[in-house]
Design a protein around this ligand. Structure first.
Ligand SMILES: NC(=O)c1ccc[n+]([C@@H]2O[C@H](COP(=O)([O-])OP(=O)(O)OC[C@H]3O[C@@H](n4cnc5c(N)ncnc54)[C@H](OP(=O)(O)O)[C@@H]3O)[C@@H](O)[C@H]2O)c1
Length: 272
C-alpha cells in the first residue's frame, strides 16, 4: 500500500495509513474538567464543500477508501459517535450516507474491533442522535448500533419517550430553548458512561459542539466541486469568540480521490 508522507511534525517521514493515529491515541489524551474528550472528522473539497445539495454523505467525488479507513480509525476510538436526526431520516429512505458504526463482525475493521476488545470497551461505539424532536423512525434508529441514544433539545412528551424506549433507545434531554447545547450534551453522555465523543454529524451539530470541542480532523481532498447549494463545516450564528487551533499533525496522501492527493490534517484546540 502506498505510504503517506508526514509533513508535520516530522517532515518527510513515510507513514502507513493503517494505524496512522495509533489505536488508542485519542483515548489516552488529557481530558477537560468535565472528563470528556470531544473530536470530529470531516472530508472537504478544496472549495470547502462537505456535502452538495441532494447528496447524502460526503460527495462521491471526495470519497475514497483511504479516507474512509482514516475516519474509521478515529471513530473506533470513541465511546459514542454523534449523528443527526437528519442522518436517521436519510437512512430511512435509503440515502447514500455510509453506515457510521460498523457491524461487530465487519472484517474490514477487525483490527479496530480487536483493539476495542483489548481496551475493555464495547466492541462497537454507541450512537447518539442529536435532534430537536426525534422526528425519525425509531425502528431504523435502533438498528444503527447496539446502544442508541436519542439526545433531544427538550424533554419529550410521554408518548414520544415511550415510543423511543420501546425500541430500545435511551432518551435524554440536553438542551436550552429546544436546542441541544454542547455542555449539556457532554454532561448527559458522561452520565451514561460515554466520555470520548466523536461527531460524525454535519455543520449544525459541529456548531453545537464548539464550546466543548477538543480536536478537529480534516481531510482536504484535492478536488474542486463548485455548486450553488452546499454545506460547509460549520453552520450557525457567527462565533463571538472564534476558537483558535494548533496544527497537531499533517500527512500527504498521494492517493486521493479521482487521482488527486489528499491531506490528513489534525487540529487541536489552542489552550492558553
Ligand atoms: N463530508 C463530511 O465529512 C461530512 C460529515 C458530516 C456530514 N456530512 C454531510 O453534511 C450534510 C448534513 O449532515 P447532518 O445532517 O449531519 O448535519 P447537521 O447540520 O449537523 O444536522 C442537522 C440536523 O441535526 C439536528 N441538530 C443539529 N444541531 C442540533 C441542536 N443543537 N439541537 C437539536 N437538533 C440539532 C437537527 O435534527 P432534527 O431535524 O431531527 O431536529 C438537524 O436537522 C449531509 O449531507 C451529510 O452527509 C458530510
Amino acid at each position: 500500500m502506498t505510504s503517506l508522507i508526514e509533513l508535520y511534525p516530522e517532515a518527510g517521514t513515510e507513514r502507513q495509513l493503517e494505524g496512522l493515529h495509533g489505536q488508542d491515541n485519542v483515548r489516552s489524551r488529557p481530558r477537560g474538567p468535565d472528563g470528556s474528550y470531544v473530536y470530529t472528522g470531516y472530508i472537504a473539497s478544496i472549495d470547502g464543500r462537505i456535502a452538495l445539495e441532494g447528496s447524502s454523505g460526503a460527495p462521491m467525488a471526495t470519497r475514497n477508501d483511504r479516507d474512509w479507513r482514516h475516519f474509521q480509525e478515529l471513530m473506533m476510538q470513541a465511546d459514542v459517535v454523534l449523528a443527526s436526526g437528519r442522518y436517521v431520516r436519510d437512512k430511512t429512505v435509503g440515502g447514500s450516507a455510509q453506515s457510521i458504526v460498523p457491524a461487530a463482525d465487519d472484517p474490514s475493521v477487525a483490527d479496530l474491533i480487536e483493539a476495542r476488545r483489548e481496551a475493555g470497551i464495547p466492541l462497537r461505539p454507541a450512537l447518539a442522535i442529536v435532534t430537536s424532536k426525534a422526528s425519525f423512525d425509531p425502528e431504523v434508529a435502533s438498528g444503527l448500533a447496539d446502544d442508541v441514544i436519542a439526545v433531544l433539545g427538550e424533554e419529550p412528551d410521554d408518548e414520544t419517550r415511550a415510543t423511543l424506549e420501546d425500541h430500545g433507545l435511551s432518551v435524554v434531554a440536553a438542551g436550552r430553548n429546544g436546542r441541544v447545547t454542547g455542555d449539556l450534551l457532554v454532561e448527559a453522555l458522561g452520565g451514561l458512561g460515554h466520555h470520548v465523543v466523536f461527531s460524525a454529524a454535519g455543520p449544525q451539530v459541529f456548531h453545537t459542539l464548539i464550546p466543548v470541542l477538543d480536536a478537529l480532523y480534516l481531510t482536504l481532498a484535492g478536488r474542486l466541486l463548485g455548486g450553488r447549494a452546499y454545506s460547509t463545516l460549520l453552520e450557525g450564528d457567527e462565533l463571538e469568540m472564534p476558537p483558535s487551533f494548533d496544527l497537531a499533525s499533517a500527512f500527504l496522501d498521494p492517493e486521493g480521490p479521482g487521482e488527486s492527493v489528499q491531506l490528513f490534517l489534525e487540529f487541536t484546540r489552542h489552550r492558553s
